[in-house]
Design a protein around this ligand. Structure first.
Ligand code: PBG
Length: 327
């Protein structure tokens, strides 16, 4: 007489059974959003590898176009701009001929099928590298920043962006953006809010890539404290109330618990952003042969879907699509 025990292995014994009972489907190409760093420069063929993100580049307009053309299966891109000039008013951020605005127009002409999302933030355009206007005492002027953020989002929509993604973490920005878009005939432009964005050291490589490290202080007065989880729900609900259509949780892997909790609390589509530091770690270990990079990368993204993400921003998006690793 054998005692009863759970035979979990029964449903794991063949690939056919395993696939039949799988809870989370594999990554689809259409789930993926690829970030690009576009540089304002006279140099026609500007292309510079980001040293802390091997395989990722700062690209001039022509090279961006080439890069995108090399990945015909790519469904969506997220654009970050690096302007030629920075100042205390982030003038380049909402300029009609700013670098992101030019890039949007160019890509929408050449690849109308590619969904273009723009990162709406001021840090890349500010001489001090903060995401808002700085007062003399070094604090951020939240409410004074809102019109500038709204104007930036509107300029992206006017250039043809399919969706705008504010990442500045100022309070009230979603309301301000929604009002500006609606008033200018862009009621149909969705807002993908970086609602749940932590003050994370995992953004380190990005700040090299986007040349946006704050010259003084840090971003802890506007980005969230990594120890807080309930606060994520407050931020998520507030942004939905202000009119956000979909939300981003960022970083992704180390914050999968947050993704899962936000998923249970709200019903809008959720996006996980696997950030620069997460990419850098996987890539570095992969380049040394310490992990099977392709396998850990796909697993890391699958886990984000399991945790509740509908879509994924990842620096691996282009590779996955090019290598046919997604359906
Ligand atoms: C801009 C912005 C940042 C990231 C996305 N938008 C940097 C920051 O907040 O310092 C990080 C993305 C990444 O690390 O890949 N505010």
């Amino acid at each position: 007489m054998t005692t009863f025990f759970h035979r979990g292995r029964r449903l794991r014994q063949s690939p056919e059974l395993r696939v039949l009972v799988r809870e989370t489907p594999p990554i689809l190409a259409e789930d993926l959003i690829m970030p690009y760093f576009v540089v304002e420069t006279e140099e026609r063929h500007f292309r510079k590898e980001i040293s802390s993100m091997p395989g990722q580049f700062q690209l001039g307009l022509d090279e961006l176009e080439k890069q995108v053309a090399s990945a015909p299966g790519l469904a969506a891109a997220l654009l970050f701009g690096i302007p030629a000039q920075k100042d205390e008013k982030a003038s380049g951020s909402c300029a009609e001929n700013g670098i992101v605005q030019q890039a949007v127009r160019r890509l929408k002409t050449r690849r109308p099928d590619l969904l273009i999302i723009t990162d709406v933030c001021l840090c890349e355009y500010m001489s001090h590298g903060h995401c808002g206007i700085l007062s003399d005492d070094g604090t951020i002027r939240n409410d004074a920043t809102l019109p500038l953020i709204a104007e930036t989002a509107l300029s992206h929509a006017r250039a043809g962006a399919d969706m705008v993604a504010p990442s500045d973490m100022m309070d009230g920005r979603i309301s301000a953006i929604r009002a500006a878009l609606d008033a200018d005939g862009f009621a149909q432009t969705p807002v993908l809010s970086y609602a749940v964005k932590y003050a994370s050291a995992f953004y380190g490589p990005f700040r090299e890539a986007a040349q946006s490290a704050p010259a003084c202080g840090d971003r802890k007065s506007y980005q969230m404290d990594p120890g807080n989880a309930r606060e994520a729900l407050l931020e998520a609900r507030a942004d939905i109330a202000e009119g956000a259509d979909a939300l981003i949780v960022k970083p992704a892997g180390p914050y999968a618990d947050i993704l899962c909790r936000v998923r249970q609390a709200v019903d809008v589509p959720l996006c996980a952003y696997q950030v620069s530091g997460e990419y850098a770690m996987l890539r570095a270990a992969g380049l040394r042969g310490w992990v099977d990079e392709k396998a850990v990368m796909l697993e890391s993204l699958l886990c984000l879907k399991r945790a509740g993400a509908d879509m994924l921003i990842t620096y691996y998006a282009e590779d996955i699509v090019k290598q046919g690793l997604a359906r």
